[in-house]
Design a protein around this ligand. Structure first.
Ligand SMILES: Nc1nc2c(ncn2[C@@H]2O[C@H](COP(=O)(O)OP(=O)(O)OP(=O)(O)O)[C@@H](O)[C@H]2O)c(=O)[nH]1
Ligand SMILES: [Mg+2]
Length: 226
């Protein structure tokens, strides 16, 4: 018995060294945070009623991609890559998903530059049945200046609409957002606006999605319109 104990205690020096190397590695692994790409997600949803849509949002957020998707030209636009938008008129068109169809009135696709806020936001919020606001959710999470600018526009929208159920907010580029495993990208954004009046806009019909992904887009259109 005594002999056995002695044998287990006298570990050769090189083995002891190996053990010391492993201890910090094991501690690091046990505290390791797994980072993943955020999945598409949404709050509770409610169908938007109306035919005219005002698409508002930040520069490069995906307004044109969203409109082209509705027109069935999304994949072509994705291939063309980002062009930037000044002010493009579009005619009435029918959006088809599966066997369902939805008619959308003609309108204007406006660029996301700040100059357009005064000119178009108020007009769109007054004259369109439905308002869709888009921002890049990856930038919102990681870039405080972008977050501030987005929040200013959310505040503007909130002050100019009475009925939040006429509005949907889309956080695009979810495919680029990295979060810790177990977190929800929707909850992360909601926490940033907690206690702000415009937080109500993110309580329902708030989507985090990849607008260049057909499946995401079809789900979105089904939830919002069809
Ligand atoms: N990976 C990824 N790319 C996206 C997503 N949404 C849009 N894009 C791409 O981002 C780029 C900008 O999208 P646009 O639709 O042109 O942006 P916009 O809001 O119209 O931009 P402005 O007109 O300049 O204000 C395009 O190359 C799109 O294909 C998304 O959810 N994920
Ligand atoms: Mg555009």
């Amino acid at each position: 018995m005594v002999e056995f104990l002695l044998a287990t205690i006298t570990v050769p020096a090189y083995h002891q060294q190996e053990a010391w190397i492993w201890i910090p590695i094991l501690i690091a692994v046990s505290t390791l945070v797994v980072v993943i790409v955020a999945a598409s997600d949404e709050t509770k949803t409610e169908k938007l009623i109306g035919k005219s849509i005002g698409v508002l949002g930040m520069i490069g957020a995906g307004k044109t991609q969203f409109l082209k998707n509705l027109q069935g030209k999304g994949q072509e636009y994705k291939k063309e890559g980002y062009q930037g938008t000044g002010k493009d008129e579009y005619q009435e068109f029918t959006c088809s998903i599966g066997d369902k169809q939805y008619k959308i009135k003609g309108g204007t696709d406006i660029g996301g530059v700040e100059d357009n806020i005064k000119t178009f936001y108020e007009k769109f919020l007054k004259s369109k049945d439905i308002c869709i606001f888009l921002f890049d959710i990856q930038k919102y999470k990681d870039d405080s200046k972008y977050r501030m600018d987005t929040n200013a526009r959310l505040d503007f929208i909130n002050n100019h609409i009475e009925d939040a159920s006429k509005c949907a907010i889309i956080g695009s580029h979810v495919d680029k957002a990295k979060i810790k495993k177990g977190q929800s990208i929707i909850t992360i954004v909601q926490k940033f606006v907690k206690e702000k009046e415009y937080a109500r806009l993110l309580n329902s019909n708030f989507f985090a999605c990849n607008l260049t992904n057909e499946e995401d887009m079809n789900k979105l259109v089904n939830k919002l319109f069809l």
